[in-house]
Design a protein around this ligand. Structure first.
Ligand code: CA2
Length: 145
């Protein structure tokens, strides 16, 4: 069974607790459950990983190289400045889909630049939790899973 890795970056563990107007009311557990349910319907497997630490995210991307067909990543604030995460993503051979809950281009100018985009196959932003689901469905279609 094909395996897809979902990576959530810093502070996304707080989803549902604060700033619902920007990030929605769903918790990270809600989003992960929705992704696992969607994956099960398509006979694929999803593993979800969250960390507030840049190095832990780099380690996870490196480990994903031999284990996963594709990566979905919301790198949180690291999106905008982490060259280490960009370099790690460049070493991953399969599709990488960048996801954001909010529309980063409608927000502060420091959120308009994404280093993750430089390594991503494509991206979905601004649709809340639906951004993740569409990323997963996109991978399933792209890889004929
Ligand atoms: O829109 C997104 O998905 C972001 O990746 C979320 C990041 C932000 O730094 C990016 O610019 C855009 C922040 C996630 C913080 O999530 C929180 C959730 C609840 C309460 C506080 C923070």
């Amino acid at each position: 069974m094909a395996k897809i890795l979902v990576i959530h970056g810093p502070n996304l563990n707080l989803l549902g607790e604060r700033e619902p107007a920007i990030y929605g009311e769903q918790t990270l557990d809600d989003i992960n459950k929705m992704l696992k349910d969607t994956a099960a319907k398509h006979q694929v497997e999803v593993d979800c990983f969250q960390s507030n630490h840049e190095g832990a995210i780099v380690d996870q991307i490196q480990a994903a190289r031999d284990q996963y067909e594709a990566v979905i990543i919301n790198a949180g604030a690291y999106t905008h400045y982490s060259i280490a995460i960009l370099d790690a993503l460049r070493s991953f051979k399969g599709p990488v889909i960048e996801v954001h809950l909010s529309n980063i281009y409608q927000r502060e100018s420091y959120r308009h630049r994404s280093l993750v985009s430089e390594a991503a196959t494509g991206g979905i932003f601004g649709l809340g939790a639906l951004s993740y689901k569409l990323a997963l469905l996109g991978i399933i279609e792209m890889l004929n899973l």
